[in-house]
Design a protein around this ligand. Sequence first.
Ligand code: DX5
Ligand code: ZN
Length: 216
Amino acid sequence: MAHLIAPSLLSADFGNLRKEVEMINNSEADWLHLDIMDGVFVPNISFGMPVIASVNKYCTKPLDAHLMIVEPDKFIDDFHRLGAAVLNVHYEACVHLHRSIQRIKSLGMKAGVTLNPHTPVSVLEEIVADVDLVMLMSVNPGFGGQKFIENTIDKTRRLKELILKRNSQAVIEIDGGVNYETGKRLLEAGADVLVAGSFVFGAENPTETIANLKRL
Ligand code: DX5
Ligand code: ZN
């Protein structure tokens, strides 16, 4: 499939949120990536339910929610109500990951599992066939604008092998430090969806940057 681009709202101008969402609507972005942080699972707090409800009201693109929170199970139903099309939970935050994935899917959302940089893809052996998406963190979660962790390129290749071996339909999403250079190499390694925060919203022309990322 042609690869997808999911700009991350974390690097947007929150003083002009509606304008930023409209920019996304009028761009070639495929999804809008929403980073939810609780200050416990990651050392930062981003935005919560009322903000997401407003984004959902104005955004015409599917919402790709990335939960960087402890006990994500508590909020699966809330995120469904808030309009998430894709719901990503962290492997490291889910004691009963299979149950979490089944709940997400039963509500009609795409179920994604996310791995921190230190978590090997081998932990997904028994679950990869059940998920719609695997997201690899290519930075330590919590902040936008960090440096890309180079090991993610090889890790993407290993994940692709695992997906094929297990006959999984999962797509591979990569989050953190994506730009034209890292993005191109990630796509060559087997990535299907690229998240880009600061590279898009920090650009002089975000719309054009999204279009260029689509053509990598
Ligand atoms: C980091 C978030 C990312 C972040 C990426 O915890 O999960 O989605 O917004 O930002 P960049 O693209 O600037 O690395
Ligand atoms: Zn994210």
